[in-house]
Unconditional design. Structure first.
Length: 223
C-alpha cells in the first residue's frame, strides 16, 4: 500500500514523496520522476507497477516548494500550471531533491535507479549526468535531452522517444546523444507519441509502453 512521506532536501525543506515498498523480494530502489502534472494518479500507478516488479519505489513531489499536493489534469489549464511550476523550479533544486530521494532509498539497499517521464525524463538525464550513486537511468521523452546531450551519464542510461511526438524530433535527439555518447541506446517507438507510458486514453500506447518498460526493467535488473 502506497503512502505519502516527507523527506528533507539539502536546503532543509521537507518535501512530500509517494512511496511504496517492493511487493516481491526487494531488488533495489527506484526514484520515479513526475511529468509536469505532479504526483497524480498516473505517477502513483507507476510507483505501484515498479513495486510489483520488485523495486521499492518513491516519487518525490518536485513542485512542493511552489504548491503542496500539486496535481493537474491534462487540459489547457493543467498544462499551463505545470509548465509554470517546471520553469520556476531550478535544476539544481530538483536534482537536490532527487538526491535526497536517492539517499532515502540507499538506507535500505545500495542499488538505486531512476526513471522519469516528460519533465521527469529531462531530469532523469540530468540526474544520470550530474549525480553520483545511481545504478542506472531510464529517460522517457524528455524535451531537454537534446539540449544536454553533450553531458556524459555516470551510470548506464537509456532513452525512449515516440516517433510521432509533436514536440520532440526523435531523430535529432538520437543523433545528438549518439554523437556525444555513442554507448547510450536511444529507442524510438513507431506509432507512439508523447507520454505513451501514461495510461490516459489520449496518450497511452500499450505496445510501446510494455516494450520500454521491459527494456528499463532489464537495465535495472542488470545494474
Amino acid at each position: 500500500m502506497g503512502e505519502t512521506i516527507r523527506i528533507a532536501g539539502a536546503d532543509g525543506f521537507e518535501f512530500t514523496a509517494y512511496h511504496e515498498p517492493a511487493f516481491t523480494p526487494r531488488k533495489g530502489g527506484v526514484v520515479i520522476l513526475q511529468e509536469i502534472f505532479g504526483i497524480d494518479r498516473h505517477v502513483r500507478a507507476d510507483v505501484e507497477r515498479w513495486a510489483k516488479m520488485g523495486y521499492e519505489a518513491i516519487a518525490p513531489a518536485l513542485f512542493d516548494r511552489r504548491q503542496r499536493d500539486f496535481h493537474a489534469e491534462h487540459d489547457e489549464a493543467g498544462i499551463a500550471a505545470g509548465i509554470a511550476h517546471a520553469r520556476a523550479t531550478p535544476f539544481d533544486q530538483a536534482l537536490g531533491d532527487i538526491a535526497a530521494a536517492r539517499d532515502f532509498l540507499k538506507t535500505r539497499g545500495e542499488k538505486v535507479c531512476v526513471v522519469g517521464y516528460c519533465y521527469g525524463g529531462s531530469l532523469t538525464w540530468l540526474a544520470a549526468c550530474r549525480l553520483e550513486g545511481l545504478a542506472a537511468a531510464s529517460s522517457y521523452y524528455g524535451s531537454l535531452v537534446k539540449q544536454f546531450a553533450g553531458e556524459a551519464p555516470r551510470c548506464p542510461t537509456i532513452v525512449h522517444l515516440g516517433r510521432t511526438d509533436p514536440g520532440i524530433h526523435a531523430d535529432e535527439v538520437a543523433a545528438a546523444v549518439g554523437a556525444a555518447n555513442p554507448g547510450v541506446p536511444v529507442y524510438i517507438y513507431e506509432g507512439a507519441g508523447h507520454g505513451f507510458n501514461n495510461q490516459s486514453p489520449e496518450r497511452y500506447n500499450a505496445e510501446a509502453a510494455d516494450l520500454a518498460r521491459h527494456r528499463t526493467l532489464e537495465l535495472f535488473d542488470e545494474a
